[in-house]
Design a protein around this ligand. Structure first.
Ligand SMILES: Nc1ncnc2c1ncn2[C@@H]1O[C@H](COP(=O)(O)OP(=O)(O)OP(=O)(O)O)[C@@H](O)[C@H]1O
Ligand SMILES: [Mg+2]
Length: 308
């Protein structure tokens, strides 16, 4: 497992990361969210032993990242921000080189390289210099080197940034399909990605943790949690104001042919109330659903004013 205690990184007077403590156990897929400059990449660099903390400690499967660096790093696959690689190498040469550095040789090395290359659909570019690859393919090469040695811990800094929709889907499926024995930490600015792949979400702002919990718990903080959205074929101002007057509605939002009704505090039978109004008034409705909440609302609420 991963144990982080009182981890901080200061640059002179500037505090990039301040006093982070958390634990991760196998099976956890942690989404790291936060505005630009929140400290996500800095934290990942400290977790992987690439950046020395100002204070605090990180243990990976019991190994201290600073005093037992190689032992700790042998558990980790890391895709750094921007997916750096040796540009003059080919993906095949680069992956073989990484495999060797990971202690693989012979048949095991070849198998690991072809499996990682196949997972990231790199077969067509294996012999082309990395510097001539498109941005998305460079990132795929970075992903392939991260998963090459089948690590217990995968730390992925914006893995789907710049990927086309098919590859985004592939990477998400790959992360979701990893065994329950593994720990994954993934940073992203794509909020749907968090609900799609993560079972825990940590929000960082200004270098500190402002929220940590299950995605559902985060969604429950949204003002749209439990809201009812109706798709209406014949929307009129009169209809909108009558919907707004349903008892229990605290706010109404209108967008194109959709109306979203937001429940007041403590109202539990909101959907039933709205639907009985719809039936009684014989309102034509194409679709009606209850919202789980919008991560974007929560993200903004938690990190407002923190973007640098
Ligand atoms: N070497 C450095 N010297 C001074 N400040 C630094 C240094 N490296 C990072 N920082 C600062 O630390 C803060 C955290 O940066 P970090 O890269 O961790 O943010 P992030 O959450 O990954 O943001 P993004 O979403 O843009 O990737 C930023 O304000 C950054 O400018
Ligand atoms: Mg970053």
């Amino acid at each position: 497992m991963i144990e982080v205690s009182h981890l901080s990184k200061h640059y002179g007077d500037f505090i990039a990361v301040e006093d982070l403590s958390f634990k991760l156990v196998p099976g956890e897929i942690l989404g790291f969210l936060g505005p630009n400059g929140a400290g996500k990449s800095t934290t990942m660099k400290m977790l992987t032993g690439y950046l020395r903390p100002t204070s605090g400690e990180v243990r990976i499967w019991g190994n201290d990242v600073w005093s037992e660096t190689l032992a700790a790093q042998s558990h980790i696959g890391y895709l750094p921000e921007g997916a750096p690689a040796y540009e003059e190498m080919t993906p095949l040469g680069f992956l073989k080189f990484i495999a060797k550095a990971r202690g693989l040789s012979g048949e095991a090395r070849d198998q690991a390289v072809s499996k990682a290359a196949a997972t990231m659909s790199l077969e067509g570019v294996l012999h082309q210099k990395i510097e001539t690859l498109s941005k998305g393919f460079k990132r795929r090469v970075g992903m392939a080197q991260a998963i090459l040695h089948d690590p217990d811990v995968l730390i992925l800094d914006e893995p789907t940034d710049g990927l086309d929709p098919n590859q985004k889907h592939e990477v998400r499926q790959m992360i979701k399909g990893l065994s329950e024995e593994k720990i994954v930490i993934v940073s992203t600015h794509i909020l749907e990605e968090v609900t799609a792949v993560c079972n825990r979400v940590m929000v960082l702002a200004g270098g500190s943790i402002v929220s940590d919990g299950a995605p559902e718990a985060l969604l429950a903080l949204s003002r749209h949690h439990g809201a009812v959205t109706l798709e209406l074929p014949d929307i009129s101002d009169a209809l909108v104001s009558s919907l707004d007057s349903i008892e229990g509605v605290s706010a109404l939002e209108r967008e194109d042919d959709r109306v979203t009704l937001i429940p007041g505090e403590g109202i539990t039978d909101f959907f039933a109330r709205v639907m009985s109004f719809v039936r009684e008034q014989d309102v034509q409705v194409n679709a009606a659903f209850v919202e789980q909440g919008r991560l974007e609302d929560v993200f903004r609420k938690l990190t407002e004013g923190e973007t640098q």
